[in-house]
Design a protein around this ligand. Structure first.
Ligand SMILES: Cc1cc2nc3c(=O)[nH]c(=O)nc-3n(C[C@H](O)[C@H](O)[C@H](O)COP(=O)(O)OP(=O)(O)OC[C@H]3O[C@@H](n4cnc5c(N)ncnc54)[C@H](O)[C@@H]3O)c2cc1C
Length: 48
């Protein structure tokens, strides 16, 4: 398992899974858990 720390700027659904955009790169995952406390609502606004 790999741990990586980055500031996430956007989370969106894509055909291949969940697209996670950070200040450095775009990543795609099968699943994504958002645990950003009070900041979660802002990141979730683009998800259905
Ligand atoms: C003043 C105060 C006192 C509290 N006292 C208590 C108490 O005594 N007992 C108690 O049980 N609870 C207390 N709470 C509540 C407790 O702090 C929260 O319930 C708990 O911290 C929530 O944990 P969390 O992991 O969900 O979110 P958090 O602890 O808020 O962690 C969220 C993390 O996400 C990171 N993050 C945010 N946005 C992004 C992003 N875009 N990209 C990457 N990372 C991001 C943040 O940097 C942070 O590290 C208190 C809260 C406050 C504000």
């Amino acid at each position: 398992m790999t741990f990586q720390q980055s500031a996430v700027t956007q989370v969106a659904q894509s055909d291949s899974g969940v697209s996670v955009k950070t200040q450095q790169e775009n990543l795609t995952f099968d699943h994504c858990v958002i645990a950003c406390g009070a900041w979660s609502k802002e990141l979730l606004k683009d998800l259905n």
